[in-house]
Design a protein around this ligand. Structure first.
Ligand code: NIG
Ligand code: FE
Length: 411
């Protein structure tokens, strides 16, 4: 057998760190490695493990002293709508006066009001506003970000939103995964003609979006105030034909069987899921679909129905958590607060919450092979924290202990 000579030029590394690999291969909680060393080469993890086990070949490499800090995989916010025009502060006031999210939506507010503002905003304005929100996430250790369209609901504005989302990935040092959410709501001009709107999404929008390579996945909103499972299934069929993976907003306000339908169509994730029943959970488990929970929307809408966390655990469904950053149901751009809310409100453990913004969030984006854990061969996207205990990231409120974010290189 020929062993390749180990390459040490261009290798950089960190020593004296506590490494929460989040890898399933390490039995300890958080996949924790004490007194660890981590080596990076060409943007990937070359080696990681206990410093005492560092192979001789690597001993001459100059290592940066991590001073005992905690290192985790870079955080992944796997569900956001952070490109949008305007704001919905007035809607917040209306809800405080007693109106419900559904009532506001049905009376032309809600998503439709953001659609108006997004259609009139220029690409430049949308980008400038979105970057402010992105910067909040980056400042809290986010290295990968999913961004959905869905506030255009006409071809030009949907394409505009997706171009802005793509531009964020070049304007900032963050990996952006874009999702086409044409089936988010019925726009005013299709009032009462939701099937005709789905025709438009399937026949006109999807081929253009795919043709211009503007989306990495396709999403929809399956709900009484949006689309039924049969309509969404048409969107999924076309997406599959075009080679695009799918995911779905489902069981947020009622149980229509959307999540199970999505899972049967091979969805990467089903998101929200407060009203999901056990049969639906079993279908997610059987199909390998990730449950993405969104505590910011639960909190903002003062939802009473909790997502079925213990049933997810019972059937080993991977759980991811995300900001759902959007102007209506979750005006939230703090991933650290999402960790705290997942534990405080949903009673997830800090380890589950951390897996929710790393390993399982990567799965929800179809990036499980390259992202989400610290393992040899994976992309070296990391966050270095000024804390010792991983649980500190979840239990503190309004405190950001990020020391440094690493995206492929230590320099
Ligand atoms: O994920 N549920 C549907 N879509 C968004 C809300 C969008 C909005 O209210 O503007 C969500 O909560
Ligand atoms: Fe959402």
């Amino acid at each position: 057998m020929i062993t390749a000579k180990l390459e040490t030029t261009g290798v950089s590394g960190l020593c004296n760190i506590r490494l929460a690999t989040m890898s399933r291969g390490i039995i300890r909680a958080y996949g924790l490695v004490e007194d660890a060393v981590l080596l990076i080469h060409h943007g990937r993890i070359l080696w990681c493990g206990e410093g005492a086990e560092l192979p001789d070949e690597y001993k001459s490499i100059q290592l940066m002293d991590g001073e005992g800090r905690l290192v985790t995989p870079g955080f992944i916010d796997c569900h956001t709508h952070l490109v949008f025009g305007g704001d919905r502060a007035r809607e917040f006031e209306l809800r405080l006066e007693g109106a419900s999210y559904e009532e506001i939506s049905r009376s032309g507010g809600g998503i439709r009001s953001t659609v108006k503002a997004t259609r009139t905003a220029s690409e430049k304005q949308l980008l400038a506003e979105a970057l402010k929100r992105v910067d909040h996430l980056i400042a809290e250790g986010v290295t990968t970000l999913e961004i959905k369209s869905g506030y255009g609901l006409d071809l030009d504005t949907e394409l505009k939103m997706l171009r802005v989302a793509r531009a964020i990935g070049t304007e900032r040092d963050v990996l952006v995964q874009t999702t086409f959410l044409g089936a988010h709501a019925v726009p005013e001009e299709f009032d009462g003609r939701s099937d005709a709107f789905i025709d438009h999404v399937v026949n006109d929008m999807l081929p253009r979006v795919a043709g211009e390579k503007l989306a990495d996945a396709v999403d929809g909103f399956c709900e009484g105030i949006a689309f039924n499972p049969a309509q969404i299934e048409r969107v999924f069929a076309k997406s599959k034909e075009l080679g695009l993976p799918v995911k779905l907003h489902a069981e947020q306000l009622s149980n229509l069987g959307g999540a199970a339908m999505a899972a049967r169509n091979g969805a990467l994730s089903a998101d929200h899921l407060e009203y999901l029943d056990e049969a639906g959970v079993v279908t997610l488990a059987e199909c390998g679909t990730v449950a993405v929970l969104l505590p910011g929307a639960f909190y903002t809408l003062r939802e009473k129905q909790y997502p079925p966390i213990s049933t997810f655990r019972k059937h080993n469904v991977p759980i991811a958590i995300a900001t759902d950053a959007n102007p209506g149901s979750s005006p939230l751009t703090s991933i650290l607060l999402v960790l705290n809310m997942a534990c405080t409100i949903f009673r997830m453990t800090p380890e589950e919450a951390l897996a929710g913004v790393t390993r399982n969030a990567a799965l929800a984006l179809g990036l499980g092979e390259t992202h989400g854990t610290v393992e040899v061969g994976k992309i070296a996207d990391l966050a270095i924290w000024d804390v010792r205990e991983p649980a500190e990231l979840a239990y503190r409120i309004g405190f950001n202990p990020l020391h440094k974010r690493i995206t492929g290189s230590l320099s």
